[in-house]
Design a protein around this ligand. Structure first.
Ligand code: PLP
Length: 386
């Protein structure tokens, strides 16, 4: 059996090596290292793929979130509601901009931001909601957009983990995640579903005016050369990274499908196990069929281990050379940097519990049946003997 990796970037590279190598060499030959034609072409191709009017490439997914918030003109003291159970970048940029992060609990079934908790957290100072399509599963955008509309709030989708997922609305319309809110961010960090070979990110929006503002912000607040109209940042996507992304974008749907097939094999093996809860779909679909709803792109395949010792399982898997991860081990509201005396523990029942139960298994495009078999058997064996 091939050695199991949490993410197998080398295996994926081998299948697209020729295209990637020649594109990278081409950038080097032309020396258009920053904002070269590859960046522009990737932007257009990505806009087409997503069905969104504007993609603005930038340096990473954290910058993308920050720039989206700057573009919306959020001001110090404005409150921004986001999930307590996500990667820290989401809350970090809110705090950096001196906005007030308001962390709220998540749903115990799909791990995404809890709509009732959002409603409870809204005050006259609330300006925006940041849903995260966590682990690749689309958040409940219908309800989030409805709450936002009612209270006149912006919605900024953190789509770093959900690239390529479709969100199906109650009325049956399908849209890519990241194209539903006012603005969205994504990351091309190598391990993301569409990863480059370094850092990269992008902002998406259908709003022409906002896109214009953001294009200036990423480039030192310049709309005309050496005229700085607003305080901006320097956040660019390298041409070499864009070349890699152009080589990978045509395969993204196949990559996501490979992840989904692996996820379904895992879930099939774990089904009916009383201590293992497998991931669900968006709720608007049945998640049974591979060609059905595409609401989950399995950035992570995350189980809940209930009434059993999750940490002992992690240790056991590591001993058996099966990498695994706990995303995330500490709720954000308990992190030193993001504590706030207004938070009450009883408002975070779900995240406080999830951090003890979740475990993410190896998930990438190159998992084979033998590896999946070995992983599922090792997990089940351990659960039955402990
Ligand atoms: C990866 C990630 C980010 C940050 O992306 P970088 O490119 O690493 O800056 C932000 N939010 C979420 C949910 C992520 O998973």
């Amino acid at each position: 059996m091939r050695k199991i990796q949490m993410v197998d970037l080398k295996g994926q590279y081998k299948n697209i090596k020729e295209r990637v190598d020649s594109s990278i060499m081409n950038v080097i030959e032309t020396t258009a290292f920053v904002n070269g034609p590859e960046v522009h072409q990737f932007q257009k191709e990505f806009e087409d793929y997503l069905g969104v009017k504007h993609v603005i490439p930038c340096a990473n997914g954290t910058d993308a979130l920050q720039i989206a918030m700057m573009g919306l003109g959020l001001m110090p003291g404005d409150e921004v509601i986001t999930a307590d159970f996500t990667f820290a970048a989401t809350v970090e940029v809110i705090a950096l901009l001196q906005l007030t992060p308001v962390l709220v609990d998540v749903d115990p079934v799909n791990f995404n931001i809890d709509i009732e908790a959002i409603k409870k957290a809204i005050t006259p100072k609330t300006k925006a909601i940041v849903p995260v399509h966590l682990f690749g599963l689309a958040a409940n955008m219908d309800e989030i957009m409805e709450v936002a509309k009612e209270h006149n709030l912006y919605v900024i989708e953190d789509n770093a983990q959900g690239i390529g997922a479709d969100y199906t609305s109650k009325d049956g319309t399908k849209q890519k995640t990241g194209t539903i809110g006012h603005v969205a961010s994504t990351s091309f960090f190598p391990s993301k579903n569409l990863g480059c070979y370094g850092d990269g990110g992008a902002i998406f929006t259908n709003d022409d005016d906002l896109a214009h503002i953001i294009r200036g912000i990423v480039n030192h607040g310049m709309y005309e050369r050496y005229h700085h109209d607003v305080v901006g940042v320097n956040s660019r996507l390298d041409s070499i990274q864009a070349a890699v992304l152009r080589a990978k974008l045509p395969h993204l749907d196949d990559y996501n499908k490979a992840r989904k097939i692996a996820a379904q094999k895992y879930s099939e093996a774990f089904k009916n196990h009383k201590n293992i809860i497998t991931p669900t779909g968006c709720g608007n679909c049945s998640n049974e069929e591979i060609d059905g709803c595409n609401c989950h792109v399995y950035h992570q395949y995350t189980l809940k281990i209930v009434d059993a010792d999750r940490d002992a399982l992690v240790k056991h898997l590591n001993e058996k050379e099966i990498p695994c991860g706990v995303y995330y081990p500490i709720p954000l509201h308990l992190q030193k940097a993001y504590q706030d005396e207004r938070y009450k523990e009883e408002d975070f029942k779900v995240t406080n519990q999830l951090v003890k139960e979740v475990i993410s298994l190896p998930m990438h495009t190159e998992l084979d049946d033998e590896q999946i078999d070995y992983i599922t058997k090792t997990v089940i064996e351990f659960m039955e003997n402990n």
